[in-house]
Design a protein around this ligand. Sequence first.
Ligand SMILES: [Fe+2]
Length: 365
Amino acid sequence: METTEQSAALTSRRSFLLRGAAASAGVIATGRLLADASPALGAGGLTPGDAAILRFLAAAEILETDAWQQYNELGGIQDSELPGGSGSAAYTAALEVLDSDMPQYIHDNTEDEFTHFTFINAYLASNGAATVNLDQFRTLPSSKATGAQQIGRLTNLMQLTVDTSWWTRYRSRTGNPDFGDTFPQAVPGLSQGQFPGIPRSDHDLHPPAHLQAIANTAGFHFAFIEQGGTSLYPSLAQRVTHPEVLRILLSIGPTETMHFQTWQDKAGNAPPLTDPTNGLVFPDLNAAPFGGEDFQTNLIMPEPTIFLRRTFPVCSIIRPTETDGAAMGALRALTANGLFIGQSSAFFAVLQDLATAADAARQGS
Ligand SMILES: [Fe+2]
């Protein structure tokens, strides 16, 4: 089945993915164990749709990992479990204003993302399907701040435009993005302009309010990234075919939700301030004109809201979970976030191919 899919889809753009599959032959031995433990998948292997959904998720996880690794190098815990970096004491201290456990949480979120793409690629390989390798696009510069590795990156954390409407989306009792509703920003300034989530160099370590604004930006960015995964997995799970692929999506997705829930709690601890270098304002979310049900910082449990039909009773749910166009929607959101500023047109072409294929997948095909 996969062979048919490959021969039909062997465009020049995708050929690198197939080479990537050959290059990752080393993981096939591991994958064989997975396949042996799951005879239910049988000789038929993955449907082309399941493979396409898993490949898009692998790509998303690789990109997520690249971003988290940069955060960990400067603001997490650098140890043998994660590659590189030696930490920025000043940046780490600013992150710890949000919670003294921030470095541990950053470390653990980073490690989780590594395991997600590694597992999905191994699972694809074990079923004879092409895996995803984006190494050729590791071309973006690293932070010049002391503590960061000087290596090529996939993502750009230094020109972020952070959509903070997830804050009010999960606090609304009446709106659901799947019904076309929109939600106000918690930090309007972050949703306009471009701001670093990590120090770009040691020059960014001063003055203190500037460095704290960078740490605050990171705090809201962490939750932005993880709420995306929180929606992406249930959205795509609705179109997978094989029960074991469904099990993978249903088992990884909620870990993204665990991350999101942690991060939205920490974002609420970001101190109100104005960055003296660029005017970026972090408002007091507990005081007018903010405050109340839509902004109060300790209201971190999802409010019940409309789901499926307005006539049903409200329900506390993940939102959005619309499956049509979910992969392309995720790609658009990450692009609008500024994560890919500086990437090549070839990079965008590959990501769009992966998203298009995932969104074309249908249950049973
Ligand atoms: Fe993940």
